[in-house]
Design a protein around this ligand. Structure first.
Ligand SMILES: Nc1ncnc2c1ncn2[C@@H]1O[C@H](COP(=O)(O)OP(=O)(O)OP(=O)(O)O)[C@@H](O)[C@H]1O
Ligand SMILES: [Mg+2]
Length: 446
């Protein structure tokens, strides 16, 4: 809390929702792809993390088309967490689409269409575009307003580089753009000639003494050299599915916002495939194959698997990652039992990574990480109690108790969470096992 002239300035409270996996920031590997015991919010699970690191490397080197990865392990072993780690490790430039297998079953579109859309959302295309821009330091900006304040505004913008200086006449659209961006002399700006968009690149070093009160976010840049008018290459990244939607005549781009895309005709897709492959040949576009992650893969049925069998071999296929906690189970839509509820011919195409159950030490570290993520203080006894509870309940349940215990702590106005808060929370909410026992006992009474 700061005070200015005796007035206390209280920071506004930041409200941030914390997701179940928000503590995970990557796979926590070093450059030799070895996993550190705790890094990037990931704890233990060294072998699986290292294997996932290899997959990331192979995706980045584009060596893994036509493949699929399966993450197996007990409930709560960290399968989804591993997939999130992979996505974070890949970075923002690689598309990562995550669905739960149940999303494939919808009354509006059929299963294979839903899967095709998911596949195509996971393939990025970088399209290069050359644009003409004006780039320089603003020397002066004059704006003439009419006396009444209505009617078009006009103005003059003087820009310079280290080699030249030019005056440009501004129409009302450009004047508005400059006003909106709050452009002042000393700014280094870029003006897109075709759209008239004005972007501030920063403040010029030469004029930095003019800005005595600069916020920490102000970037100081050099005054550009050479000509003011330049050609700039801009790269747009879109996914194949977006191109499909925009080009399917029945939907149009409005569907992109409503999300209501319906089915897209095969001819449209074929045409787009041909077009983007052509662009690639001509060097206009580049493919960025991403990752499609399907959680709870045992929910998929035999038709989905037979579709996937073929789809992952396509030229434009992302890497497929699946996760399941099932052991031996019937493949949906058949009477055949198979490992993980996945047909054996499909399993044969997959690389399989197993998430091992955690040791008590790892569990303690994960719970501590979660407490830090939620901004909660646990005393050592309450942490030990939460670890102990995991063996009779589950890791997920213990993680949930942290937030409940925190609410109880706030009400009792104590500094840290104690065993009292944890046991109260434990009595307040049932875990799966106790809930089942309750039902069994009720059955017995009936
Ligand atoms: N290695 C780990 N490091 C840090 N946090 C982890 C790790 N493994 C699991 N967690 C956390 O533990 C919780 C349960 O893990 P997760 O949801 O990944 O389990 P799962 O294997 O996907 O279970 P299910 O089979 O039920 O889907 C999550 O909050 C997750 O972020
Ligand atoms: Mg999961």
């Amino acid at each position: 809390m700061a005070t200015i002239d005796g007035v206390v300035i209280k920071d506004s409270v930041k409200v941030e929702r914390i997701g179940v996996h928000s503590h995970i920031r990557g796979l926590g590997l070093n450059e030799r792809l070895e996993a550190a015991p705790v890094a990037d919010g990931m704890v233990g699970q060294l072998a699986a993390r290292q294997a996932s690191g290899f997959i990331v490397k192979m995706i980045q080197e584009a060596k893994i088309a036509g493949r699929a990865l399966l993450i197996t392990g007990q409930p709560g072993a960290g399968k989804t967490a591993l997939a999130i780690g992979i996505s974070k490790q890949l970075g923002q430039d690689t598309p990562f689409v995550s669905i739960s297998a149940s999303e494939v079953y919808s009354s509006e579109i059929n299963k294979t269409e839903a899967l095709t859309q998911a596949f195509r959302r996971a393939i990025g295309i970088q399209i290069k575009e050359e644009t003409e821009v004006l780039e320089g330091e603003v020397v002066s900006l004059e704006i003439d307003r009419s006396a009444t304040g209505v009617g078009p505004k006009i103005g003059k913008l003087t820009m310079r580089t280290t080699d030249m200086e030019t005056i440009y006449d501004l129409g009302s659209k450009m004047v508005d753009a400059c006003l909106k961006e709050n452009i002042v002399p000393g700014d280094v700006v870029q003006v897109d000639k075709s759209t008239g968009r004005v972007t501030r690149l920063g403040k010029s070093f030469n004029r930095s003494h003019d800005f005595d009160a600069m916020g920490p976010k102000v970037k100081l840049v050099k005054c550009p050299d050479g000509e003011i008018q330049k050609r700039r290459e801009t790269v747009h990244t879109v996914c194949l599915h977006d191109i499909d939607v925009i080009n399917s005549r029945t939907q149009g781009y409005v569907a992109l916002f409503s999300g209501d895309t319906g089915e897209i005709k095969a001819e449209v897709r074929d045409q787009i495939n041909r077009k983007v492959l052509e662009w690639r040949e001509e060097g206009k576009a580049q493919f960025v194959p991403g990752v499609l992650f399907i959680d709870e893969a045992h929910i998929l049925d035999i038709e989905c698997f037979s579709f996937l069998n073929r789809a992952i071999e396509g030229e434009l296929s992302p890497l497929l990652i699946m996760a399941t906690n099932r052991l031996i189970e019937k493949v949906r839509g058949t009477d055949v039992e198979s490992a993980h509820g996945i047909p054996s011919d499909f399993l044969d195409r997959m690389l399989i990574v197993n998430a091992e159950p955690y040791t008590n030490e790892d569990i303690e570290k994960i719970l501590k990480l979660r407490a830090d993520e939620e901004g909660v203080k646990l005393d050592s006894n309450s942490l030990a109690l939460l670890v102990k509870l995991v063996s009779t309940t589950s890791l997920r349940y213990s993680i949930q108790l942290i937030s409940v215990a925190e609410v109880l702590r706030m009400r009792s106005k104590e500094q840290t969470i104690t065993t009292d808060h944890v046991s109260k929370a434990y009595r307040m909410f049932y875990d799966a096992k106790r809930s089942q026992k309750l039902l069994n006992d009720a059955d017995y009474l009936l």
